[in-house]
Design a binder for this molecule. Sequence first.
Ligand SMILES: *Cc1c(COP(=O)(O)O)cnc(C)c1O
Length: 340
Amino acid sequence: MHRSEITIDLGALRRNVRTLLRTLDGSRLWAVVKADGYGHGAIDVAGAALGAGATALCVATIPEGLALRNEYRTERIVVLGPAGSNREVAQARAAGLELAIADGEIPEGVRVHLKLDTGMGRYGLAELPPPPAEVVGLMTHLATADSDPAFAREQIERFQAATDEFRHLTRHAANSAAALRLPESRFDAARCGVALYGLSPFNTDPVEDGLEPVLSWQTSLAQVKRLEPGQSTGYGRRFVAESATWIGIVPVGYGDGFRRDLTGTEVRVAGEPRRVVGTVSMDSFAVELDRELPVGTPVVLLGHGVLAEAHARVADTINYELVCGIESGPLRARRTVIDA
Ligand SMILES: *Cc1c(COP(=O)(O)O)cnc(C)c1O
């Protein structure tokens, strides 16, 4: 038996795509499916995103692009990260992938996007050379679209000024946060990742932007016990019962991607919010109950009202990192794709 169940709702993903398309108001939507579709399964989410109106797929590496190419023979696939070895570039050429170029060396016979560093201070050219024939797109990446719109606008202005004479090329700058909040960032296409999955780029409730979480994660209580005053649960005795306390043991831990720094967050047990107490172990953690419940009582770790954003605040991280860390290999969670 699997110790937990991950459900990917492609119907929710399609609704998020349509919400983004309405917001983009004419700019194209490119679906970012790197890191195995932010832990959701790149092949499945790519198909749903394309079906709902996305016009290209974006990944971080050439091997990710090649894996998608096996499934999607004719769609545009753009590799956002730095080009790999010569061997990888040759494979990208043969597979018809498009490459982002951040260092000026433009390989022959591959369609490329020149990446301009307008303030991210990571990959990218300081200045745009006259684009040769291989160039189909011009791009930049924003450092603060979710946190400092004023700086993001400066970046957009620099990009606008540097690329204005090349309007015949596809210009793209926006990630999810910019697509949602900075209309001037939209240009010809927006590269949206996190919002597709119904996660908020602002780490707030995604419903504020009309987005629905795509991933849910469920399990059930494996054991229920009563701690007497002074008894504890888990490593290090981080939780010691002050009075008689019912606790439930949940058979999921940091080995599954339920991080060790999630102590104190809330999951739902029998539909009610319950606090995670004590140290999260590799394969289990404890929740505080208000009464005795039967073994097998459903526990929701994510989805159905349990937000990745709330977990992320407790763990002092972002929802992106949480979902990328969920381990859905065959020995951990069972992954089911639905279309609700
Ligand atoms: C990951 C990535 C995106 C998508 O960002 P989200 O915040 O998930 O929408 C867009 N552009 C580039 C260059 C990226 O690396």
